[in-house]
Design a protein around this ligand. Structure first.
Ligand code: ADP
Ligand code: MG
Length: 247
């Protein structure tokens, strides 16, 4: 059984069809890179999975449970439970500026999960070590570089023990010299078999880390496949043209 099953996803803004019958599966431990031109619907697709956008038709099933089935959403409580299996990392980090790094990590678990504080603190300590920012626990996000902010955002998502991590252009807002440290953390997660969907312009990362690439254009999946196959032998003109511009 696939961990994520998306079928015939449709979404429009007025007359603009942003997603046109999108269908794909993600298996456990997959790292799926989603590439495509700006405006092709990548963010809308990703945000739909975690219910930051409501779709107009189709189904999304997360580890066997329907978030939405044939355009009909589950009950709010169910939606909350199902979407809590996923964590998301955004282009612009979205850290809380008035909370320290440690507080950013611990806020959601404290609010949502009713866990013991000791367990929450143990995990935040462990995750700060993992991303190499133990010395920054009491700093405010404003003091951090973009790369450090994004590593904190990844750790914050991990605090909820998600089954799946979604990344929407996690390095696009960073200066080029800071992308490496973020991609390194993501690569490590992949090696630990985290299931990930990564919208990215980093073709190197897609080639090296992803086991599948999905190419979207104009609200459709044009083709998908193993990176070696898709990058060296694209089947469609639109993929070829995009790769020519991007590689
Ligand atoms: P991508 O992430 O691939 O750049 P998006 O999913 O952000 O693409 O956007 C797809 C299309 O939907 C674009 O044409 C964009 O202008 C449009 N769009 C996105 N969000 C909205 C919105 N809230 N209202 C109207 N149009 C939107
Ligand atoms: Mg986008």
């Amino acid at each position: 059984m696939a961990l994520i099953e998306v079928s015939n996803l449709k979404k429009s803004y007025g007359k603009l069809d942003v997603l046109k019958q999108i269908t794909f599966d993600v298996n456990k431990n997959d790292v799926v890179a989603v590439i495509g031109p700006s405006g092709s619907g990548k963010s809308t697709m990703l945000r739909s999975l975690i219910h930051l956008e409501e779709i107009d038709g189709g189904s999304i099933c997360i580890s066997g449970e329907y978030l939405v089935r044939d355009g009909i959403y589950s009950k709010p409580q169910e939606i909350k439970r199902i979407t809590s299996k996923m964590g998301m990392v955004f282009q612009h980090f979205n850290l809380f500026p008035h909370l320290t790094v440690k507080e950013n990590l611990e806020l959601a678990p404290r609010l949502v999960k009713k866990e013991l504080n000791a367990e929450i603190e143990r995990r935040s300590k462990e995750l700060l070590e993992k991303i190499g920012l133990s010395d920054w626990a009491t700093a405010y996000p404003g003091k951090l570089s973009g790369g450090q902010k994004q590593r904190v955002a990844i750790a914050r998502a991990l605090m909820m023990n998600p089954e799946i991590l979604l990344f929407d252009e996690p390095t696009s807002a960073l200066d080029p010299e800071l992308t490496g440290e973020v991609l390194q953390v993501m690569k490590q997660l992949a090696e630990e078999h985290m299931t990930m969907i990564v919208v990215t312009h980093e073709m190197g990362f897609a080639k090296e880390v992803a086991n599948r690439v999905i190419f979207m254009d104009n609200g459709e999946i044009i083709e998908s496949g193993h990176p070696t196959e898709l990058f060296t032998n694209p089947k469609f003109e639109r993929t070829k043209a995009f790769l020519k511009r991007s590689l």
